[in-house]
Design a protein around this ligand. Structure first.
Ligand SMILES: [Zn+2]
Length: 360
């Protein structure tokens, strides 16, 4: 196994302003607490880790994806500190932090493409519920999609793969690229019949020229590390090998953790490490290692920093050491394993007209 990957990470102390208020599950202390853990573990002193202090994203960056009138609306609501919806507040501080986070995502993407580093980490990124002209689910602007468009315009990339490993389906990202065959979008999430945003089903496979390029992998509540890895091996890897991405982006945080309050998947810190290690090895095999990881979600502050660290360590190609947790999740029942096998089988059948790897 090669050593640690040269990695760029974007961070700004103002990220903490992305705080949706007392009583809201999305609090700003997630960022400094994770940063402190990176410091404690000595990662910030490593010569292979480059810290980027980002500049804010511009209006032009937002317009790569979003409708102008929608961008104006969010700026106006932010100025007036009025919420977008009941769970998605806006304020000058939140907007300032968000623009810095998006600027950070773009900066690490550029660093990877410049060849300065192999991997990029956009701390605070992954606002996958925002579409071209709507927000929701704590998300205002879709930085995952903005990064994709930035990479295409600035660097001329034609095939980008997104793996969304948040517990919630990436409905905004899915909508944005629904008819776009240049983006292979794979969302692995808790069954949307049981969780926000209530969409992200197997049969939603894209439209027009993008048919077959929008992949939803809904997992039953209770799915643990083992079945999750099976999905990566049996569905994600063959699709990636056939698609041959020039760049891989993944997004998600700690909300699939077994102790998270908003989700019911049963992933452990070691499981998070396995997920991003797996994606890293795909990037190493398929696209010269080029991989950007965006980490933002997670609603149990007691497991968030360790889970985020685990995600980062997998991407950085570090071994899964020091990721022990105070307790383990319940064993995954065989009923869940069987249900996940059924999902995999149905996915392969649904996608077989579009992908040689699934033709029997
Ligand atoms: Zn989520």
């Amino acid at each position: 196994m090669p050593g640690p990957a040269k990695t760029a990470i974007a961070y700004h102390e103002k990220y903490a302003q992305y705080d949706l208020g007392p009583g809201h599950p999305f609090r700003g202390d997630r960022f400094p607490r994770t940063w402190e853990l990176l410091r404690e573990r000595g990662l910030l002193d490593q010569p292979w880790l480059k810290v980027i202090k980002p500049e804010p994203a511009s209006r032009e960056d937002l317009l790569l994806v979003h409708d102008g009138r929608y961008v104006d609306l969010i700026f106006r609501l932010s100025e007036q500190s009025r919420p977008y919806d009941w769970e998605t507040p806006c304020s000058p501080d939140i907007l300032e932090a968000l623009l810095l986070i998006i600027g950070g995502d773009l900066a690490v993407g550029d660093a990877v493409l410049a060849g300065d580093v192999e991997k990029g980490i956009g701390l605070g990124g992954g606002y996958h519920h925002a579409g071209r002209d709507y927000g929701g689910g704590f998300c205002l602007f879709n930085d995952v999609a903005i990064l994709v468009e930035h990479l295409r315009r600035r660097h001329g990339l034609e095939r980008i793969m997104i793996v969304d490993h948040d517990v919630h389906a990436g409905n905004g990202t899915s909508d944005i690229f629904y008819s776009d065959p240049g983006v292979l979008f794979i969302s692995i999430h808790q069954d949307p019949r049981t969780i926000y945003p209530g969409t992200g089903f197997i049969h939603q496979i894209g439209s027009g020229p993008g048919r077959g390029y929008n992949i939803n992998i809904p997992l039953p509540p209770g799915t643990g590390d083992e079945s999750y890895m099976k999905v990566l091996e049996e569905v994600v890897a063959p699709l990636a090998r056939e698609f041959k991405p020039q760049f891989i982006i993944s997004n998600g945080g700690s909300d699939p953790h077994f102790m998270d309050m908003l989700g019911s998947l049963m992933i452990t810190a070691k499981g998070f490490h396995s997920i991003t290690s797996f994606i890293t090895s795909l990037a190493d095999e398929l696209c010269g290692g080029r991989y950007v990881l965006l980490i933002g979600s997670g609603y149990n502050p007691s497991v968030l920093p360790l889970s985020w660290l685990a995600l980062m360590m997998g991407a950085m190609r570090l071994p899964p050491e020091g990721l022990e947790e105070p307790r383990s999740p319940p064993e995954e029942p065989s009923r869940i394993r069987k249900e996940v096998e059924k999902v995999i089988k149905e996915l392969k059948e649904t996608l077989s007209p579009y992908w040689d790897c699934f033709k029997s």
